[in-house]
Design a protein around this ligand. Structure first.
Ligand code: PHE
Length: 347
């Protein structure tokens, strides 16, 4: 048994001299003493065959040894960790932070918001409605004759055609105006911004998905003069105080009379350039007096009430505002294109 005593003393001596320069060396020392084949572990095995009358004495000694080994290893571990921090390259706290990129609004959103803000200022509310609609709200209630070409497959995307009341993607946000007339008390003064869908070939001037802002004003004694004034004020807010407008007769099933609105070209100021194709005028929207049939379809007495409506394409207004000559730029999300609007509007 003296050998066991000697081994304990030997280990104690080793322990007092133990040094470790790194965390790796600490771990090696731990394995040397306490690992499966470590010297302290071996002593523990040996302890099993110690004579019963000696167990108490050796048990104590061994426990103490294990405690001091563990404590020493802990101590060395802490020292090595502190040394590692000392050695690590210092953080330069004066370094500038990582730049973090701000997102910016899409040009179509910017212009839609601008249009909405102008009409809000005039006292209009904003109304929204579903993109998937029924025939009634997109066509029937808006006085479209049964065989009007807009109802055909080549103009409208149908979601389901199987049953009597097909579902379709709205081709204009006039559907929201119908929903407003059906539910809203009079007078009504709303604009309806939203996404619309038409089965058209994609080109520089047309897309199958685009955005509209349509407006509706219904009250007693609303006249064409009110319509013209509202549009003129809008055009001056949108394109500048010198802007002129002109109205050309047009046709829509839901308005009578109907007009197409042009604004004076804000590039050449009427002299004629390639943006206005030499005419001095740019077309911005359709409008007209709400057809009495449309009022009646929504349960409004057309002998007491009258109103006007207008509708414009947001991408078209954005093209005119920024002289963008291809509508497709607004849908392709080319960062070089989008970045131009971030700096033009957020600074
Ligand atoms: N709904 C028409 C369109 O989508 C625009 C419009 C609205 C015209 C209201 C006249 C009056 O083209």
């Amino acid at each position: 048994m003296s050998t066991m005593k000697e081994t304990i003393e030997q280990i104690q001596k080793e322990l007092t001299e133990l040094k470790a320069a790194s965390q790796k060396e600490v771990e090696e020392a731990r394995v040397r003493f306490l690992g499966k084949k470590g010297s302290v572990t071996a002593l523990m095995e040996q302890f099993r065959s110690v004579a019963p009358e000696m167990k108490r004495e050796y048990g104590q000694k061994l426990n103490e040894l294990k405690k001091s080994v563990t404590a020493k290893i802990e101590e060395l571990k802490e020292q090595a960790a502190a040394a590692a921090v000392e050695l690590a390259p210092k953080q330069d706290l004066t370094m500038p932070g990582d730049p973090f990129e701000l997102g910016s609004r899409h040009p179509v959103s910017i212009v839609r918001q601008e249009i909405v803000d102008i009409f809000r200022k005039f006292g209009y509310d904003v109304a929204e409605g579903p993109e998937v609609e029924d025939d009634w709200h997109v066509f029937e209630a808006l006085n479209f004759p049964p065989n009007h070409p807009a109802r055909e497959m080549q103009d409208t995307f149908f979601v389901s055609t199987g049953h009597l009341n097909p579902l379709l993607l709205r081709t204009h946000t006039s559907s929201v105006q119908v929903r407003t007339m059906e539910t809203h008390p009079l007078p009504i003064r709303v604009i309806c911004p939203g996404r619309v869908f038409r089965n058209e070939a994609i080109s520089a001037r047309a897309h199958c998905i685009f955005h509209q802002v349509e407006g509706l004003y219904i009250d007693k004694n609303v006249t064409f003069a009110d319509l013209k004034q509202a549009i003129l004020l809008f055009a001056r807010e949108m394109f500048g105080p010198d802007t002129q407008i002109r109205m050309r007769p047009s046709y829509f099933p839901f308005t009578e009379p109907s007009a197409e609105v042009d604004v004076s070209c804000n590039i050449c100021h009427g002299k004629g350039c390639n943006i206005c194709k030499g005419t001095g005028w740019l077309e911005i929207m359709g409008c007209g007096m709400v057809d009495p049939n449309v009022l009646e379809a929504s349960g409004i007495d057309s002998k007491v009430y009258s109103g006007f409506a207008f509708g414009m394409g947001v991408e078209r207004i954005a093209m005119l505002k920024w002289q963008v000559n291809d509508l497709r730029h607004y849908f392709e999300n080319d960062m070089r294109f989008l970045h131009e609007f971030a700096t033009a509007t957020e600074v």
